[in-house]
Design a protein around this ligand. Sequence first.
Ligand code: HEC
Length: 213
Amino acid sequence: MKRGRLLSLSSVTAALCLACTPVTTEGPEPGEGDTLDLERMIRQHRYAPYQPAEIFHDGAVMRRPPEGTVPNDRVTGDPGLTRGVTGAAGGAYVTRVPVPVTIELLRYGQGRYEIFCAACHGIAGDGESEVARNMTQRRPPSLVDPRVQAFPPGRVYQVIVEGYGLMRSYEANIPLRERWAIVAYVKALGRSRAAALDALPPPLRERARKELP
Ligand code: HEC
């Protein structure tokens, strides 16, 4: 029984190897020459793009994406929500956070901000951080100063998705809802720095009078 299984396994392996008769060979055979050949992954039997290949029914090595495949960069859904701008091909930045801004969203945004942004922009958003102090080129700016606070929410969202100058994109790391939570929190950080005492609701105003110097 065991022997039979082994036999059939080896005949399957043999059939597979026949199917993958290499077309492109560049450089020495694998295992030949220098044992420390770090390019060996590149120089091995392989198909080049657009080459004919007998192993597929249509004779082409490059495969068609399955029916219904969506390109990675296609704007799907409401562009205001997914890209922070009013049109699929660009347009004006959205001027409101397009998800309901609740205290839960802000708390969530705070957590995400502190994980993803604070290392550079500072825990209070003021651009004071170890990374900022050590950046010799352009420093991560304060996110609570009037210049950045004047950005419409869609602009801050776009910086998270696309990156900006020296700052890389966080699109792959931060999903849509988390991005908007961070945007809302960045706006809240700005407000928290510049709120007039009279703008606070009465109980908070009282507390602020007592507790703030
Ligand atoms: C590794 C450091 C780093 C992290 C982490 C980081 N940033 Fe930045 N950010 C920068 C730097 C540096 C710049 C300035 C880039 C430049 O001017 O070339 C910048 C610029 C910005 C700007 C201003 C863009 C403008 O138009 O002036 C915004 C807004 C911003 N970041 C938001 C965020 C948010 C939100 C996060 C978290 C999701 C974040 N950043 C995470 C380094 C960082």
